[in-house]
Every structure is written in C-alpha cells, then in structure tokens.
Design a protein around this ligand. Structure first.
Ligand code: SF4
Length: 331
C-alpha cells in the first residue's frame, strides 16, 4: 500500500498493438482505477513466451507496442508502476515456491486451460510451463501483495487459485500474503467485424493506432444485416455490428437515432453508413492516436518509464520475497 491507496495488480500478455476491445474491456477501466488504487501494470512477457517459445523474437517489440498504447490511453507513470515482468526476477522465484502448493489435477481442471488448448491447436503448448501459467499469475499478483485485481469473468478461476495459494501458504508458514479481491467492473463487450468477440487471434479488430483510412478498410468488411441485400431493403440495426459500434463510439445521441432511422427506413446504403461510422470511430480514437505518436517519436522516454517502473516493482518485490523466505525458513 502506498499513499494510503490499496495495491492493485493487472497485466496484459504482449501480442502486438492494442485494439478497441482491449480499450473498452480493460484499459479504460485501468485508467479510472489509478486514482483509487496504487496500480501495478505488468507487460506479461513470460506469459507470452509460454505460447511463443518457438518464435520469441517479437515478444519485446510487442511489449513496446502495448506500452505505447497504455501511455497513450492515459496510464500515468506518475501514479502507477508500469513494468516488464521479465525485469522482476522475484516473480519466477515466487512461482517456484508456489509450484509446491498446487496439484497437477487442480491445474488441469481450470476451464481456461482446456479452452486455450483447444484454441491454440496449432501451437505445441501441452508443456509443463503452459499448464503452470496460473501459478505464475498467482506470483504476479502476490509479489506485490495486491489486494485488488480487476479481471474479466473468464479470469475468475485464476484469481480463485491465487487465493487458494495464498491461503495454503499462510496455513503452512504463517500469515504472510493477502487474499486478493476480485474487482468486477462493468466493461463493454465489443464485437469484431465477424460478430465474434473482438480479438487479435480472429483478425477482426480495429486498432487504437489506426487512422481513419485504416479504420474504414476494416469497417467496410464488417457483417451487417444479412437480410439487407439492396439499399432499398429496410435494415435491422440491432443485428448489425456497425450499429453496435455507432452506439459505442458516437457521442451524439441524435446521430445514433439518425442511423437507426436511415437503416430501418432504407434511406442510406450500408457502405455509406460504414464510412460515416469509420469517421466516428476515428474521432473517438484520435486523442489516443495523437498521444501515441508523441511517445512513438521518443522510444527512449518509454524505455525510461519501464526501467523506472521495474525499479519500483523490484523494490516492493524484494520486500515480499524477504517476508516469504523468512516464513519458509530460507531467509
Ligand atoms: S445501414 Fe448501417 S446500421 Fe443498417 S445494416 Fe447497414 S451498416 Fe448496419
């Protein structure tokens, strides 16, 4: 805890630049949490390596891209600790200790593990490392003795495991670690061009760094109302991905009503509607894109922020490890 604010920890696996789904699903929320919590935001490079170990050469580059998007969206290094997981060696050290406190069966039963195995079929991830990634995640959180962790619903299982590990540790060695609370916040779910959840692995994303032309190129591929074949066919905005984007990114309520009217009244075609929607999205991401450009022009500044973040993170992590080692009588 610092400045009387409770510790909060969260992170992202760097897989390249961030998209609108990342912004609305997590990042905007993080920006708001910075006033209430002492936030630790981690670039989870070890987690990336677990699926990319055969081709790790782009992990660091992706990390830089994610850092650019974080800073551009309003993650403030004056308020929060921003760091690379690989710069804090205390995290894998704690993982090693935690590995003794979880059974293989418990890890195999975590639903997201089975899901990931299905989704990443093309990668050889039936490894010891990948099975253990929730243990690494527990160390990511507990190394800062975080009291709060903002998570999506699908991460609930991992946080439950983190609490179990903390409880087991405290029972065996004496009370040392907190049991972090899940911070459920309302976030918008955003569809990609194909109506599935917006996700890099589906290739259906609009990126925060895109300009209007790039956004338009993506938006033009979006699924609309399949029953609307000709411009003269009335549309059903409620089944259309583009209308969902209008509602999320257009600030003028009257304009959203206009879209509904021109769609149901067959007054505009989908191509025109998509182009107008692209302009609205471009306006929404404009401040982020502009700020990102400033950081892009000064990569050394971004590096300084990460080095300073890692320094702060290591200081806290070393304190936790001292307490942990003392508890297990290996201090
Ligand atoms: S007019 Fe716009 S809202 Fe209606 S179906 Fe076409 S793209 Fe979607």
């Amino acid at each position: 805890m610092t400045e009387n604010k409770p510790n909060l920890m969260s992170g992202m696996r760097p897989t390249g630049p961030l998209h609108l789904g990342n912004l609305l699903g997590a990042l905007s929320n993080w920006v708001n949490l910075q006033d209430e919590y002492y936030c630790h935001f981690m670039l989870a490079e070890w987690h990336s390596l677990m699926s990319e170990y055969q081709n790790p050469d782009r992990v660091r580059e992706y990390s830089h891209e994610v850092a650019l998007d974080w800073l551009a969206a309003g993650i403030d290094p004056e308020k929060s600790v921003i760091y690379r997981q690989t710069d804090v060696p205390e995290i894998p050290e704690l993982t090693l200790i935690f590995a003794n406190l979880v059974t293989l069966g418990r890890l195999e039963r975590i639903p997201t593990y089975k899901e990931a195995m299905r989704e990443l079929k093309t990668k050889e991830i039936s490894t010891y490392g990948f099975l253990g990634y929730p243990v690494l995640q527990a160390a990511d959180i507990l190394i800062f003795r975080a009291e709060a962790v903002p998570v999506g619903e699908d991460q609930d299982f991992h946080l439950e495991l983190t609490r179990e590990i903390a409880r087991r540790f405290n029972t065996l060695y004496g009370r040392t670690l907190p049991e972090p609370e899940t911070l459920h916040t309302t976030t918008a779910r955003i569809h990609g061009t194909d109506r599935r959840k917006m996700s890099k692995s589906y290739g259906n994303c609009i990126y925060l760094k895109s300009d209007q032309k790039e956004i338009e190129k993506v938006v033009l591929t979006a699924i609309t109302d399949e029953k609307r074949v000709k411009k003269s066919d009335p549309g059903r905005p409620d089944v259309c991905v583009v209308y969902a984007w209008w509602k999320l990114f257009e600030s003028d309520e009257g304009r959203i009503k206009d879209v509904h009217d021109w769609c149901t009244g067959a007054k505009k075609g989908c191509v025109e509607c998509k182009k107008l929607c692209s302009a609205s999205i471009a306006m929404f991401v404009f401040p982020i894109r502009e700020k990102r450009k400033e950081f892009e022009a000064h990569p050394e500044r971004v590096e300084e922020i990460l080095v300073e973040g890692s320094r702060k993170a290591r200081k806290e992590a070393a304190e936790t490890m001292a307490a942990v080692r003392e508890a297990i009588k290996l201090g």
